[in-house]
Design a protein around this ligand. Sequence first.
Ligand SMILES: NC(=O)c1ccc[n+]([C@@H]2O[C@H](COP(=O)([O-])OP(=O)(O)OC[C@H]3O[C@@H](n4cnc5c(N)ncnc54)[C@H](OP(=O)(O)O)[C@@H]3O)[C@@H](O)[C@H]2O)c1
Length: 252
Amino acid sequence: MKQALITGTSSGLGQALAAQLLTSGWRVFGCSRRSAGLDGLQERAADLARLGSIAPMLDDLLDGVDRLELVVLNAGILGEIRDMSDTPLDAARQVMDINVWANKVIMDWLHGAGITIRQIVMISSGASVLGNRGWSGYALSKATLNMLARLYSHEFATTHISALAPGIIDTAMMHTLCEADGAMFPAVERLRQARGTQAMPDAAGAAQRVIEVLSLLRERPSGSFVDLREILDPAGYAALYGSAASPPLSTR
Ligand SMILES: NC(=O)c1ccc[n+]([C@@H]2O[C@H](COP(=O)([O-])OP(=O)(O)OC[C@H]3O[C@@H](n4cnc5c(N)ncnc54)[C@H](OP(=O)(O)O)[C@@H]3O)[C@@H](O)[C@H]2O)c1
């Protein structure tokens, strides 16, 4: 039976990925503060902001596991959409703790655990390269996550690692984003307009797309940043990224 570890399984993309893999007969391990409420999911309640609690949680959750086909480091927070100069350092640090440092702790645990891992996908974002006004701490955290994937690719010799931007998804995070000031932050307005259209799938649709591209990701060099839209919708991708269509971190 194939086995996967997914973080942030209580809602949105992580929950939908877990549900679809369970339906396909996988054994899935998950964690988040709230329960996913999914039959068959082996989960632990975990606050990834408490960095020191992560290793003991994984010791317990993955006790006896010697192979994982897939790890999806999906848990993440948005923080507040506001100018960089209005973002208190503590707020930026909080986003970094969950979106970056919790993943470093998990990667270090996996590196030392003696588990054979085929593929690790870190859920990044287009925000990691777009630099839209207001994305402040979130954009910084996802840009750092892209580099984290690349740096760990040298150290996980037999595991394929990617940082994947999954495209825009209609989840709780998107709901929060769409409440931000669209006049001050034009990218918010563009997201509002995309909501309810094919350009913004729901979590189940997005999870299906992520699962579809897993094997294609493995054709890229380990450590690459890949935007899912680059694979599934090249024209939309080019329109979105404009002059940033070949960001320096996209390939190695
Ligand atoms: N939605 C989009 O358009 C979009 C676009 C690009 C990238 N992404 C990325 O996709 C990933 C999933 O986001 P989503 O849209 O599915 O958002 P979501 O519905 O808000 O889900 C976020 C998940 O992360 C978990 N999480 C947050 N803080 C946590 C903490 N302190 N400890 C443990 N788990 C925590 C949440 O669980 P609990 O609250 O129960 O802890 C939840 O399961 C994120 O990394 C996000 O940055 C989303």
